[in-house]
Design a protein around this ligand. Structure first.
Ligand SMILES: *Cc1c(COP(=O)(O)O)cnc(C)c1O
Length: 355
């Protein structure tokens, strides 16, 4: 049976990415060797990492003065690397969920952290909008897409100071004004590649302004100066990332991807809003187009488990909600086709009719 993969991360990748990665595992770039066993300093792999960085720059229109890095450690290591390299006295953070909180916790190890606003009391069902960003902070950190709660900041914020963004789960789903950011980062396993690599876009002139020694591996300047090759980078995930980036370009770039993502999300939210059984958890104006969170209304609550089983008979996997929200979460990242979203919508309708 065809599977419809709604996992939140690691998550669906395009067939193009999977097939080309599988091919390279057997024979990489005609070398007669597997991508798993080739030197990261070979000319064939150097070409891969260079092309991947160039495609990131092209797709996101990254301006001069920025570097594209492929690092290990996940987005979670960036929670620490960002303040290590940028926080001198004070940083401002917007608390929009679990991941934002983890970033705040790390930043507190390095200096004052002003949490400008939080929607924690409402279980993160919305993105706070009324707050003032302190102009004496070194940077303002946001999480553009809250993977667990299904809320998203899709409009570029107005900030008087440089921003830093965790875009792990919505990068490449819209154009970004990179010039507003000192650092943009994202774990690859949501919209780019298998787990193991973290994409980091860093502004070179923002480095070198903190009064502390930075361990070599945690200093962005190390990786900038070595083109992400200071040590062995995650070779296979970078190869897969290149395939996804090529596919994004073939698909028409981030504007086109955004259009497709919005259409998928609109179809699913319409089905939820039109249902007597299901209800969305995030406020409509802040709904994510990547992670659609919904639950059953109180009178149907005991049917949640049954719906997950029913959906699995249609090939639908990965829709169980995160424990902090419950119910369901359908992650509909860039590689998710509309056909799979329709299968989910049909399953919801059929289940509702049966009860
Ligand atoms: C998944 C996720 C993370 C954690 O990424 P790791 O690569 O596992 O460290 C951080 N932030 C957001 C928004 C995420 O979705």
């Amino acid at each position: 049976m065809k599977k419809h993969n709604f996992y939140a991360g690691p998550s669906i990748l395009s067939e193009f990415t999977i097939n080309n990665t599988a091919e390279a595992v057997k024979n990489f770039a005609g070398t007669g060797l597997s991508i798993l066993e080739i030197s990261h300093r070979s000319k064939e792999f150097s070409a891969v990492i260079e092309e991947a960085a160039a495609l990131v720059k092209e797709l996101l229109e990254v301006p001069e003065g920025y570097h594209v890095l492929f690092l290990g450690g996940g987005a979670s290591l960036q929670f620490c690397m960002v303040p290590y390299n940028l926080l001198n006295t004070k940083a401002a953070y917007l608390d929009t969920g679990t991941w934002a909180n983890k970033a705040i916790k790390e930043a507190r190890l390095f200096g004052d952290v002003e949490v400008v606003a939080s929607s924690k009391d409402a279980n993160y069902t919305f993105i706070p909008k009324d707050y003032t960003i302190p102009t004496d902070a070194d940077y303002f950190h946001i999480t553009t897409n809250n993977t667990i709660y299904g809320t998203e900041i899709r409009k570029e914020l107005d900030s008087p100071i440089p921003m830093v963004a965790d875009m792990s789960s919505d990068i490449f789903s819209r154009p970004v004004d990179v010039s507003k950011y000192d650092i943009i980062y994202g774990g690859a396993q949501k919209n780019l590649a298998p787990a193991g690599v973290t994409l980091v876009i860093v502004k070179e002139s923002a480095m070198g302004h903190v009064n502390r020694a930075i361990p070599t591996m945690l200093d962005y300047r190390t990786h900038i100066s070595k083109g992400s090759m200071f040590n062995t980078p995650p070779v296979l995930p970078i190869y897969s990332a290149l395939q996804t980036l090529k596919w994004y370009k073939q698909m028409g770039g981030v504007r086109k991807l955004e259009e497709l993502d919005k259409a998928k999300a609109a179809a699913l939210y319409d089905a939820i809003d039109g249902s007597k059984m299901f209800v969305g958890t995030a406020v409509p104006e802040d709904r994510s187009i990547m992670n659609v969170c919904f639950v059953m209304k109180p009178e149907y609550k005991e049917l949640e488990k049954e719906f997950i089983d029913f959906a699995s008979t249609k090939g639908i996997v990965g829709i169980k909600g995160h424990r902090s929200v419950g119910g369901f979460r359908a992650s509909i990242y860039n590689a998710m086709p509309m056909e799979s979203v329709k299968v989910l919508i049909d399953a919801m309708k059929e289940f509702e009719n049966n009860h």
